[in-house]
Design a protein around this ligand. Structure first.
Ligand SMILES: [Zn+2]
Length: 380
C-alpha cells in the first residue's frame, strides 16, 4: 500500500511514552486539535456513508486528502488552519484504516463509528517533518504548533522520530507517545535452553522449569479498591459534580492496575527472552475465553499483551517463539508418559498423580512441560 512507509532495513519501530505538562495555552491548542481531528474524521465518515447510500459511490482516501486544503480555504471551516495539518491528514488515514479493517475482518470488526466529543479519551497524531518533533532534554519536548512542552521522559529516546501521538486519558492527563525507528539490536548470545510457558489464571505464568511469575503484590488489593470505588460511583447522581469526581477516582485506580500489570508482564517477558533460545506458548484466544466465568481473571492476566511482547522481544533478541495449538490438552496430559487424564479438566485440581506411571504433577508445571514438548515437536 502506498501510504505505508518503506521501513528501512535492519531497523525496528519503538515507542516511548512521556507524560506531558502543557501550560494553559498549550492545553487549549491540544483540545482544539482533538476537536479538529474529530471534525475531519466525522465529516469524512459521513461523506462516505451518504455517497455510498445515495449514489453507490465509494469515496477514496486520496479524494478526501485532496479535500483538506479546500476545507481550510473555505471561510466556514478556516479554523482548521490553526492546528497541525499532519494531524488532520492522519485522521483521514485512521478513517481509511478503519474501513480497511472492517472489510478485511468481516464480522469481527464493526463498521466505522463516529467519534464522540464526550469521550474522555482523546488523541491526535502528528507526523515528524523537518525535525519539527524534537526531544530537547529530559524535561522538554518540541511538538508541532505547541512549541516547547514540559514533560517527563522516562528513558533515553533513541533513533529517528517518525511521529508523535498526543493523548488525553480518562483521568484528564496528557501524554505523548513518540514513534521512533531505531537500529535493530544485536541478537542475544545463545543460552542453549528452551522453555514452555503456561499462561495462568491465578498467576501470570508458570514455566516448564517450575518458575512462577506473579502479579504485583498490591495488585489484588487494588482490584478490591476498584470494586468498592465502582460501587460508590454507581450510587452518584448522573451529571453531578460528585459523580465526575468519583469517575476520575475510578479511572485512576484502573490506570494504576493497568500500569502494575504491564510492569509485571514486561519484567517476565524480558527475563524469558534473556534466559531462553526457544520459547513455547499456547495459543489462547482471549476473545473466546472471555465468555467463561474466569473472564475477569483471564483478561487481567493479559494473555494478549504477553504474547505481543514475547513476539517482538524474541524478534529483537533473535529468539524463537513457538505458538502451540490451543486445543492441545496440555494440562490433562502426563508430561512423563503421555497418558491423558480426564479428571484433571477440573480447574480446582492443583496437583495430581498420573494413574499410568505414578508421577506426581503440579498442574501448571506439567502443562508448561507439555507446551514445551509440543512446541519443540512443531518446530521440528
Ligand atoms: Zn504418566
Amino acid at each position: 500500500m502506498k501510504r505505508k512507509r518503506n521501513k528501512a532495513e535492519n531497523t525496528i519501530d519503538k515507542s516511548y511514552k512521556c507524560v506531558l505538562y502543557p501550560n494553559k495555552e498549550q492545553i487549549s491548542l491540544i483540545e482544539k486539535t482533538f476537536g479538529c481531528c474529530r471534525y475531519v474524521y466525522n465529516r469524512f465518515l459521513d461523506e462516505r456513508i451518504s455517497a455510498y447510500r445515495d449514489n453507490g459511490i465509494t469515496v477514496s482516501y486520496s479524494d478526501q486528502c485532496r479535500q483538506l486544503p479546500v476545507l481550510k480555504a473555505d471561510p466556514e471551516t478556516a479554523w482548521l488552519k490553526e492546528v497541525d495539518s499532519t494531524a488532520l491528514q492522519y485522521s483521514v488515514r485512521i478513517l481509511q484504516d478503519s474501513f480497511d479493517n472492517f472489510f478485511r475482518h468481516p464480522g469481527k470488526t464493526g463498521y466505522p463509528k463516529f467519534k464522540s466529543k464526550r469521550s474522555h479519551r482523546q488523541s491526535y497524531h502528528s507526523t515528524c517533518t523537518n525535525g519539527n518533533i524534537l526531544v530537547i532534554d529530559g524535561k522538554h519536548i518540541r511538538l508541532p504548533k505547541l512549541g516547547v512542552v514540559r514533560c517527563r521522559i522516562p528513558m533515553k529516546v533513541e533513533g529517528r522520530i517518525l511521529g508523535a501521538a498526543v493523548t488525553r486519558d480518562d483521568t484528564g492527563k496528557y501524554a505523548v507517545v513518540l514513534h521512533c525507528e531505531v537500529p535493530m539490536p544485536a541478537p542475544l548470545p545463545d543460552t542453549g535452553r528452551s522453555v514452555g510457558v503456561d499462561l495462568g489464571i491465578r498467576t501470570l505464568a508458570v514455566t516448564s522449569d517450575g518458575k512462577e511469575y506473579c502479579n504485583n503484590r498490591t495488585y489484588a488489593k487494588n482490584l478490591k479498591k476498584l470494586a468498592r470505588a465502582q460501587k460508590k460511583l454507581s450510587r452518584k447522581t448522573k451529571g453531578s459534580h460528585n459523580r465526575e469526581k468519583q469517575r476520575i477516582k475510578v479511572a485512576k485506580i484502573h490506570q494504576k492496575i493497568h500500569d502494575q500489570r504491564l510492569d509485571a508482564v514486561h519484567k517476565m517477558t524480558h527475563e524469558l527472552v534473556r534466559e531462553y533460545d526457544v520459547i513455547s506458548i499456547e495459543d489462547l484466544d482471549t476473545r473466546e475465553m472471555i465468555k467463561c466465568r474466569f473472564a475477569k481473571d483471564i483478561s487481567d492476566a493479559s494473555w494478549r499483551e504477553i504474547r505481543r511482547q514475547l513476539t517482538y522481544k524474541s524478534e529483537w533478541a533473535g529468539r524463537q517463539l513457538i505458538v502451540v495449538d490451543r486445543w492441545y490438552p496440555s494440562s490433562q496430559t502426563c508430561s512423563v508418559c503421555g497418558h491423558v487424564s480426564e479428571s484433571v479438566k477440573d480447574l480446582s485440581v492443583r496437583q495430581w498423580t498420573c494413574p499410568e506411571c505414578g508421577s506426581l504433577h503440579d498442574r501448571d508445571v506439567n502443562a508448561a512441560r507439555n507446551i514445551l514438548r509440543e512446541g519443540l515437536r512443531k518446530a521440528g
